[in-house]
Ligand binder design. Structure first.
Ligand code: NDP
Length: 663
């Protein structure tokens, strides 16, 4: 039975024999994958035209809300995915990493959306004044790339892999073409069916290919991207396609990497024990079939034996078997082919001088592969650092000095992640600079964080996932980082009125006097750029003395005439916090109204001293707005406090919570 793909708004079945998808525990053929004869190039155009337009119509905020609703929808139906997962060789615990991990990414990106604007334009740092009078300004903004993103996934995480790539693309407003790896495509297909059934995704925003990509790359250009996870060999082959080398599509790769773990010279017993547990866990989760798993372990010569023993102790009691049976900790590898690959890699490691230190005594039939600890007394041979056994295999090697350990760790040619077990800041600093250029994530493990660490192998949605060199050079997750991979940065140059209209944020020079006090207006009625200019207030000696008494802040610059004369200001000045308070007193409209709370302030600068006799006046401008929930929104106000000479004495952004109109 050929599994259907979802293209151009319909479920469609590819032709021909198809590639079999097997249950690795039983060898049974579950389904077949084929995209033969399907309109793949057309799916690119359809994604751009139909999906792209529909996504733009929603804006960042609404897309974020839909991601949250989607995460909830999938949470309520995840048992369906858990059940199907058992046919991939994965245990229930493996499924938890994949399914719940993936749903967690959706929730994270939904939360990130709260800080994004309503539309589709994401302004970056503040505008630059490009002319003296401010009539010509420049600002960097990000806009959706206008193309599609083809997401090619590996077999090991059919759910997380799809969702961690989909979430940032969807939030950015870019339609997805998901291409799961064939061996677990049936799980990815079940996920996509659920996602489409949710009714939350506009048509064209998610399409699915179960099978090969055919000639699809021919349709890609500079608007599009390919996010790939899989083997280095495939990544290298794909990266040479004219879609990337000639037409400028983005190619982002996460490839296999030979991740190291180092037991530091300054590690104590606690660090050794915890590192052993970490290594054992890396070999157990997904039977070591994780791109981030620990493959090479470096320990000081005299402690290598203890680390091996402690690791063995964790692995010994584990049970291999069909994940459908009770009490099974480790399932089979994903396929017989994967087992062949692992066996080949192990042969290579043995040929390079590694010896079998310990082998688990569990099942070896079919695709089963029991955990294996290798010991290489001589860490020099190249193959020990370049051969990846994509299964429950780790090679332990001794080192003398930290320089040697770092040199060995670097020989992996670029890794997704490295763990260094040390409590010592000096040693950690050494590894930060020695390994920093060679890894995407550096995990320090010690007795202070062992109880709280999320582990070596787990990429987190808000932290970067991706590594240099052999690891593919890509960047995924990292919160807003991966959102930006789907947006294009451009430099806007215009007058402040246009800049304000385009970015949805206040541009200096485009203010308009407020007709009504802005504190009387509900969220919806506040217009970007409307400005309240307040009455004035002259600061007196009494103000400064009273503020000192009230706040208990008797700093010499406010209270000691002699010391103040010798100070930076040459005279006694008012407290900065007095200036802030006085400004609030000038612009606040006191009666109950839609402004609910002061939410904080950002970017505060005191630019000129204020002394008794100076006259203050405040300007309060609506700078930006973001809805928070159905009842409230956050309003950012640009506040500028000026003195009698018209000089700005303080500027900041005030945040308030403002009520929305009752719908
Ligand atoms: P592959 O690189 O063969 O496949 C990865 C993905 O690329 C799959 O979806 C595959 O589809 C697709 N693909 C393969 N060839 C092409 C092509 N010519 N054009 C477009 N897409 C293509 O890796 P595997 O999944 O087979 O795993 C092999 C090895 O990859 C593992 O042994 C391990 O070393 C490494 N790996 C790395 C991972 C990582 O996260 N970095 C994760 C998993 C594996 P299809 O399945 O249909 O061929």
């Amino acid at each position: 039975m050929i599994l259907e793909s979802y293209l151009l708004g319909e479920w469609r079945r590819g032709g021909g024999e198809g590639v079999p998808i097997r249950d690795p525990a039983t060898g049974e053929v579950l389904a077949r994958a084929s995209t033969e004869g399907l309109p793949l190039k057309e799916a690119v155009a359809y994604g751009r035209e139909v999906g792209g337009k529909a996504l733009l119509a929603l804006g960042f905020q609404e897309r974020g809300r839909r991601l949250r609703a989607l995460a909830q929808f999938l949470s309520e139906r995840k048992e369906e995915l858990y059940r199907l997962y058992l046919t991939t060789g994965g245990t229930r615990r493996d499924a938890w990493y994949d399914v719940d991990g993936g749903i967690g990414v959706l929730f994270t990106y939904a939360s990130l959306a709260r800080n994004l604007p309503e539309g589709n334009v994401l302004p970056e740092e503040e505008a630059l004044l490009l002319s003296k009078d401010g009539a010509f300004q420049g600002r960097h903004v990000l806009v959706p790339k206008g193309g599609v993103t083809l997401q090619i996934n590996a077999f090991n995480f059919p759910v997380w892999g799809l969702l961690e790539k989909f979430a940032p693309a969807f939030l950015a407003g870019v339609p997805t073409l998901a291409k799961p790896a064939t061996p677990t495509a049936h799980v990815a297909q079940a996920l996509v069916r659920l996602m489409l059934d949710s009714g939350l995704l506009p048509e064209g925003s998610l399409q699915l290919l179960v099978g090969g990509v055919g000639d699809l790359f021919e349709a890609l250009d500079h608007r599009d991207s390919v996010f790939f996870t899989g083997s280095r060999a495939t990544a290298e082959r794909l990266a040479r396609h004219p879609a990337f080398t000639e037409r400028g599509a983005l190619f982002n790769a996460e490839a296999d990497s030979i991740n190291p773990a180092v037991l530091g010279l300054r590690a104590g017993e606690e660090e050794l024990k915890r590192l052993a547990q970490e290594i054992a866990q890396e070999l157990t989760i997904k039977v070591g079939q994780r791109c981030t798993a620990i493959r090479r372990v470096f320990a000081p010569k005299e402690r290598l034996g203890a680390l091996l023993e402690a690791t063995r102790a964790h692995l010994e009691a584990l049970r291999l078997g069909d994940p459908r049976e009770e009490g099974v900790d480790l399932g089979p590898l994903a396929s017989l082919e994967q087992k062949e690959e692992v066996l080949r890699a192990v042969e290579g490691l043995l040929a390079a001088g590694a010896q079998v230190y310990w082998r688990h005594g569990g099942r070896e039939d079919g695709a089963f592969f029991p955990p294996l600890l290798l010991l290489a007394e001589d860490p020099a041979p190249e193959a020990l650092h370049t051969l990846e056994a994509f299964g429950p295999v780790a090679t332990f090697m001794p080192y003398g000095t930290p320089e040697e350990a770092a040199e060995l760790a670097r020989r992996g040619g670029g890794s997704l992640v490295a763990t260094v077990a040390t409590p010592d800041p000096e040693e950690a600093r050494f590894y930060l600079l020695a390994l920093g250029p060679h890894v995407g994530r550096l995990h320090f493990l010690n007795h202070r964080n062992a109880h709280a660490s999320t582990g070596h192998g787990s990429p987190l949605p808000r932290l970067l996932h991706g590594g240099p060199g052999r690891a593919g050079g890509g960047e995924e997750l990292g919160g807003v980082l991966s959102l930006k991979r789907h947006l294009r940065r451009l430099a806007l140059q215009a007058d402040p009125h246009l800049l304000q209209a385009l970015t949805g944020e206040y541009a200096k020079g485009a203010e308009r006097p407020a007709q009504v006090h802005p504190f009387r207006k509900p969220y919806e009625e506040l217009e970007i750029g409307e400005t309240l200019t307040t009455h004035r207030r002259t600061v007196t000696e009494a103000d400064i003395a009273l503020f000192s008494a009230l706040s208990w802040d008797h700093f010499y610059a406010h209270t000691d005439e002699i010391a103040a004369r010798e100070s930076l200001f040459g005279k006694r000045v008012a407290h900065g916090y007095f200036v802030l308070s006085a400004a609030a007193g000038l612009f606040v409209d006191p009666a109950p109204g839609p402004v609910l709370a002061n939410y904080g302030l950002e970017g505060l600068r005191f630019l000129e001293p204020v002394a008794a006799g100076d006259t203050l006046q405040a300007h309060l401008t609506v700078k930006a707005k973001r809805p928070r929930d159905e009842k409230t929104g956050v309003v950012e106000w640009a506040v500028e406090v000026k003195n009698g000479e018209g000089k700005t004495v303080a500027t900041y952004t005030l945040l308030t919570l403002v009520a929305r109109k009752v719908p």
